[in-house]
Ligand binder design. Structure first.
Ligand SMILES: Nc1ncnc2c1ncn2[C@@H]1O[C@H](COP(=O)(O)OP(=O)(O)OP(=O)(O)O)[C@@H](O)[C@H]1O
Length: 288
């Protein structure tokens, strides 16, 4: 989708919310801040550039992700993968470019905390669960406005929230560990718990930075199953170096796209087979 269409969408939303009228293009009125996926795109980045002391960490990066898509991003160290996630989540402001969430939400106009509330969840590489709390309490904590541990002990979830916790615990395969102290979980289980904490907020887009780093083969396989079960309902951007894991994430659909970043731009995009056979990718990424 072109930025023009994005701006048109934003204007239409503004008109709909100001006049209270029904937008003919969307068939129903959008509430302000509501994600509009009617064009089929959940994330749209165009010509994003970020410089650190003159060094271009991102250089006119353009990328879009379809609603419900699971997109794998690969690239050598320093390619700009983390910086790209920092821009999407509002941690870093780009020098130039556009970033839209759906067709109406201009991410560059929002703060980090607002972007979380708008529906973008981010999982950093290292697990950051609360080790002294139980698995269930960690999930409860993610629902609270007050993130202090003491507040968690007083927190009384609603019936709907309890149902959601049950569903998430099943999804992350920790239902049997709900009362266990998070610090006693394996590394893989802690990573799943953190994904579960993000899922409690029902994000539309999940960004995952090297989710299987340090996991056993068994845990890696389970993680691939978990992420595959989330696609469709959520959109996912998975940054990974582990090619076996990428192969597992793309095995269900040979047309699935993989994006290769290099020196702050998209070097190649295509199916896993296509990017693995791309001579430029072999040269810069695989070092052949
Ligand atoms: N705050 C910063 N100040 C200066 N340079 C930075 C900063 N953040 C990132 N960079 C540089 O920008 C480039 C892109 O970094 P980034 O962390 O986005 O790459 P990456 O693809 O995530 O790498 P890796 O796979 O090693 O995590 C690197 O050369 C990095 O050194």
């Amino acid at each position: 989708m072109s930025p023009d269409l994005m701006e048109q969408g934003a204007e239409r939303l503004q008109h709909a919310t100001q006049s209270g009228g029904r937008s003919a293009a969307y068939g129903r009125v959008l509430r302000e801040g509501e994600l509009d996926l009617s064009h089929g795109t959940v994330l749209y980045l165009e010509d994003i550039s970020v410089s650190f002391d003159g060094f271009k960490a991102l250089n006119k990066l353009s990328l879009d992700i379809a609603a419900g898509e699971l997109r794998c991003i690969i690239g050598p160290n320093g390619a700009g993968k983390t910086t790209m996630m920092d821009v999407i989540t509002g941690k870093t402001r780009p020098d130039a470019g556009q970033a839209f969430f759906g067709s109406t939400i201009n991410l560059l106009r929002h703060r980090e905390s607002e972007i979380v509330r708008l529906g973008i969840g981010r999982k950093f590489q290292k697990p950051t669960v609360f080790e002294q709390l139980t698995v269930l309490q960690n999930l409860e904590l993610s629902l609270q406005a007050d993130p202090r541990v003491l507040a968690c002990l007083r927190f009384k979830p609603t019936a709907t929230q309890l149902d959601r916790m049950d569903a998430v615990l099943t999804q992350i395969r920790l239902l049997g560990e709900a009362g266990r102290q998070a610090g006693l979980l394996s590394h893989g289980q802690k990573q799943w718990l953190e994904i579960g904490m993000l899922l409690m907020l029902e994000p539309k887009l999940l960004l995952l930075d090297e989710p299987v780093a340090g996991m056993t083969d068994f845990e890696t396989e389970r993680t691939a199953e978990l992420l595959l079960s989330l696609q469709g309902q959520h959109s996912l951007m998975v940054v990974e170096h582990d090619m076996k894991f990428i192969a597992a994430l793309t095995a269900d659909d040979v047309r699935k796209k993989v994006t290769v970043l290099h020196e702050g731009s998209v070097l190649a995009e295509g199916t896993l087979n296509q990017v693995q056979a791309n001579p430029q990718v072999l040269e810069v990424y695989l070092g052949r």
